[in-house]
Design a protein around this ligand. Structure first.
Ligand SMILES: NC(=O)c1ccc[n+]([C@@H]2O[C@H](COP(=O)([O-])OP(=O)(O)OC[C@H]3O[C@@H](n4cnc5c(N)ncnc54)[C@H](O)[C@@H]3O)[C@@H](O)[C@H]2O)c1
Length: 238
């Protein structure tokens, strides 16, 4: 268990607004002893950050360092999804999704990594569709999340010599979160997602996310970097 002990570590969780996987990550890290700073573009009582805005990200990192003196763990759960056919998606919409999901992941890492010590851990969020696509039209989302997987590997390569690990969690459908709540109106779709997994069920944000997140955020994964860990009930293994 000591490999999962985060006492003394400062964790910055971005996209940690209420009801999402970022909030679950923050809770899990705190439960294992970390001092956790939560940030989001929305949400009372959280630090404000817009990951599409370079100045906002720089200001967030400066604030955390001013208040806590260090950042040991960065988890980026900020993300947006756009469910739209490719020929109905505007350039501005496409670029916004890429800007939040992909550019934001890279930018946060670029700003936080210089402050990290040689045990720093960075965790990004892709999706089960990191290396494939699904039947729902979401070209901007798929493209951005494939980018997250590969920028994770690229950052791992560049930060490896400093001892910092960079890994990516690739969830299947975790329900409910703000992003997936609307699926409640489409039971057939939810059933299709469940059937698509080997375990025959959706991911439970309350129980299925913390373990893999803690693994990648702690010294339990000290020799793991540049990896995409699928947390998808077996979806990607068929
Ligand atoms: N829930 C799932 O089934 C699922 C599956 C695969 C991947 N993911 C990924 O996990 C991450 C978290 O998803 P979730 O389901 O918790 O969704 P969510 O919508 O509950 O959480 C995403 C958070 O990101 C924040 N955010 C959006 N734009 C931002 C910006 N510009 N700057 C800062 N914060 C911003 C939102 O306010 C929200 O709190 C996302 O990257 C998502 O793509 C989720």
């Amino acid at each position: 268990m000591s490999r999962f002990d985060l006492t003394g570590d400062v964790a910055l969780v971005v996209g940690a607004g209420p009801g999402g996987l970022g909030e679950r990550a923050a809770q899990a890290l705190a439960a294992h002893g970390a001092t956790v700073v939560r940030a989001d573009v929305h949400g009372d009582g959280l630090l404000h950050v817009d990951v599409t805005d370079e100045a906002s990200v720089k200001s967030l990192v400066a604030t955390v360092l001013e208040q806590h003196g260090r950042i040991d763990i960065l988890v980026n759960a900020a993300g947006v999804m756009l469910r739209k056919a490719y020929d109905e998606t505007t350039v501005a919409e496409f670029e916004h999704v890429v800007r939040v999901n992909l550019t934001g992941s890279w930018l946060l890492a670029r700003e936080v990594a210089p402050a990290m010590r040689d045990t720093g851990r960075i965790v990004t969020l892709s999706t089960v569709y990191a290396e494939r696509v699904g039947p729902i039209p979401e070209s901007a989302y798929y493209a951005s999340k494939a980018g997250v997987a590969n920028v994770t590997r690229a950052l791992a390569a560049e930060l490896g010599p400093r001892g910092i690990t960079v890994n990516c969690l690739a969830p299947g459908v975790f329900y409910p979160t703000k992003m997936t709540a609307a699926l409640g109106a489409d039971p057939d779709r939810l059933q299709w997602f469940s059937d698509r997994t080997m375990l025959g069920r959706l991911g439970d944000p309350a129980t299925d996310f913390a373990g893999p997140l803690l693994f990648l955020a702690s010294s339990a994964s000290s020799y793991v970097t540049g990896q995409v860990l699928y947390v998808d009930g077996g979806w990607s293994a068929w």
